[in-house]
Ligand binder design. Structure first.
Ligand code: NAP
Length: 552
């Protein structure tokens, strides 16, 4: 394998297409555009492929989607030649799988690693982007495909005084490759989202003392994670055709869907559905029980209380229940991301684990000894693990200096208002395509590989249709973008998701414009809308031809 730190693949100076990022979508986009015959190259700030699965190597990182559906479904042999060891595998296995995909498709020769894109500037006359990197490269490229990730801009600078800390402080999305020695040490974890939960339940047995700082209590669902033997592997591989024909069309891109209406069932029948989906040990209770939980406050409260009762029964201790279980006035179950967990709640019953509520007594600063709260209490620790989340959706691209037509920059536009067309292009930024970006279903309520395959396939088709039409520049119209934003908002604002504070609507970043980031009309519906846009000749876009021919 190429040692990317020593032998960096050179970045070509002229390209038809540059793919930024080599996670799930970047790898597949590179493959597709290469198959189309374009001169295409990819680059990544990381020293290897994997995207989110490269960066998030914190203890306990693992899938919350079943491995056999978190898959590429475009190639049956590619799917069947890889064998998963369990239902919800961990980061190391996932990273190996991404290497398997990369090497099977022979993608490495067209990837430059350890290279961060610093700027991209559109030139209207040539219809080309000039892209610059932190390694001094300058690339002129027709199509810029940004596969930079929905959750890839970590909020690393969260607290005053972080640099004064005498011990080690690390954000989970920048966890060192070589790991941290936590054995016998005093460790603080800040944050109890999907990430914090995985960290906490994993490291508790190994550390001397674990202090968890909990702000907003979090609904959780227990994971059942059986190991896979030959029978289970044969079972899921035998379902390839079935999975390929169903997954892309469900509401959330999982194999299951909302099948029953709350109003059609008796209270006993509803309770049974909740019990059954809870017992499944997956996200089924959230994504395949009753869709009404996202719209109807009464249904939401009944389902929330069902989950709260399950949590209370495990915690028993009133103080822990108060800190860790959401109350009826907090927010409804499923209106922000529901994490799966393995004995997470029981972790707090251990003698070496303490939950500290920072809801009314927030973290004021990090001091040399540890974490200081507003009331002056200092928790002395050796290591601080910050599981405090991301600037989601718009964060990754806003950190690149992207200048479109008339000098407008993407970061500035999104500082004012986070808008896109179909979540894949932005008015004023011709030939700039995005996956996992705002106003598409990616990340929230979505099995990521389902969404990202659909988006990259649509982008590939769009570029092909553009070229087939004799044009080389495409850009959304202002009115086309207005229409998508209006449809997105109408759909989102009908849900309880829009009323809950979380990264889903930008509430976790001070000053970020509020808008539900993910499209909530359903993965299957979104696919249909995108396909219709192409079939009708891209009515929300304009296509044109530049005087200067493409490089190829
Ligand atoms: P997150 O959901 O945004 O959670 C951040 C946590 O940090 C929250 O508990 C938040 O509390 C807390 N926090 C932030 N600032 C704080 C402060 N100043 N003081 C105290 N607490 C603070 O981030 P995440 O857990 O990294 O997860 C992000 C997303 O990544 C997930 O929703 C999920 O989509 C994805 N993810 C997926 C997987 C998987 O599929 N296996 C695993 C991990 C993550 P508040 O709620 O009070 O703000």
């Amino acid at each position: 394998m190429l040692d990317t730190t020593k032998d960096r693949n050179p970045m070509p100076e002229e390209l038809d297409a540059l793919v930024i990022g080599t996670g799930v979508s970047g790898l597949y986009e590179l493959h597709q555009l290469r198959q189309m015959g374009l001169k295409v190259h990819a680059c990544d700030a990381a020293s290897d492929v994997g995207g989110t699965w490269y960066w998030n190597r914190y203890p306990g990182a693992k899938f919350d989607s079943e491995a056999y559906i978190y898959q590429y479904l475009f190639d049956e042999q590619l799917y069947k030649k890889w064998t998963w060891s369990e239902r919800f595998p961990g980061q190391r296995e996932i990273e190996r799988w991404m290497h398997y995909i990369t090497d099977s498709l022979d993608l490495r020769r067209d990837i430059t690693f350890s290279t961060t894109i610093t700027s991209a500037t559109w030139d209207e006359t040539s219809g080309l982007w000039t892209v610059e990197t932190d390694q001094g490269d300058s690339v002129r490229v027709r199509y810029l495909v940004c596969c930079t990730g929905m959750l890839s801009a970590p909020l690393t600078d969260r607290f005053p005084g972080q640099s004064s800390f005498d011990g080690q402080i690390v954000h989970t999305a920048r966890y060192p490759k070589e790991g941290l020695d936590l054995q016998g040490r005093k460790v603080a974890v800040i944050g109890t989202g999907a990430t914090g939960i995985q960290v906490i339940q994993t490291i508790a047995p190994e550390v001397d003392q674990l202090t968890v700082f909990v702000r907003t209590p979090q609904y959780v669902l227990p994971m059942k994670n059986p190991k896979y033997g030959p029978a289970e592997v044969a079972w899921y591989k035998g379902r390839f055709d079935e999975l390929k024909s169903t997954i892309p069309h469900t509401f959330t891109g999982f194999e299951y869907d909302f099948e029953q209406a709350w109003a059609d069932l008796t209270p006993d029948q509803r309770h049974q559905v909740l019990e059954d989906t809870h017992a499944d040990g997956s996200l089924k209770l959230w994504l395949a029980s009753f869709g009404e939980m996202f719209f109807d406050e009464e249904v939401s409260e009944e389902i929330s209380e069902f989950v709260r009762e399950k949590m209370r029964a495990r915690l028993k201790d009133p103080r822990l229940i108060d800190i860790l279980v959401p109350g009826p006035d907090d927010y409804g179950f499923g209106t922000h991301r529901v994490p799966l967990e393995s004995q997470y709640l029981e972790t707090y019953l251990r003698d070496n684990v303490e939950a500290v509520s920072v809801r009314d007594n927030p973290i004021a600063e990090i001091v040399p000894e540890g974490v200081k709260l507003q009331d002056g209490t200092v928790y002395e620790v050796d290591v601080i693990i910050m599981a405090v989340g991301f600037d989601a959706g718009s964060g990754a691209l806003s950190r690149i200096d992207i200048t479109g037509t008339d000098g407008m920059t993407l970061a500035e536009e999104w500082r004012k208002d986070i808008r896109t067309t179909l979540g894949m292009m932005k008015y004023g930024f011709p030939n700039l395509f995005m996956t996992g970006a705002p106003l598409a279903p990616s990340a929230a309520l979505c099995n990521m590989t389902t969404c990202l395959q659909q988006q990259t396939e649509w982008i590939t088709r769009c570029i092909r249709d553009l070229r087939d039409s004799g044009n080389d520049v495409i850009e959304p119209t202002q009115s086309g973008e207005d229409a998508w934003v209006a449809h997105h908002d109408e759909t989102a604002n009908a849900t309880l998701i829009s009323k809950t504070e979380s990264w889903y609507n930008g509430a976790n970043v001070a000053g970020k414009p509020r808008r539900v980031l993910s499209y909530t009309g359903g993965v299957g519906t979104y696919r249909t809308l995108c396909n219709e846009m192409a079939e009708k000749g891209y009515p929300s876009f304009v296509m044109r031809k530049t005087a200067i021919p493409a490089t190829a």
